[in-house]
Design a protein around this ligand. Structure first.
Ligand SMILES: [Zn+2]
Length: 69
């Protein structure tokens, strides 16, 4: 049974607090993300696989699929 994956994530910049809804790639992890507002380049926190897991409102699709939500 396939789980319904959430592909929209609201990413919050830790530097300036700017929030933006991004569509996550379904089968890849995004390591870098540049904040549109302050242009800080975000990187995953230790233990997280991608910026969506660290700063997004939902974990990235591969993590959702693995059931570590
Ligand atoms: Zn920012």
């Amino acid at each position: 049974m396939m789980k319904q994956l959430i592909l929209e994530s609201v990413i919050t910049c830790p530097a300036c607090g700017y929030q933006k809804t991004e569509i996550m790639p379904e089968d890849a992890c995004q390591i870098f993300y540049e904040c549109e507002n302050c242009h800080a380049v975000l990187k995953p926190k230790p233990g997280d696989c991608c910026v969506f897991c660290s700063f997004g409102s939902v974990p990235c699709p591969p993590v959702q699929a693995a059931g570590h939500q």
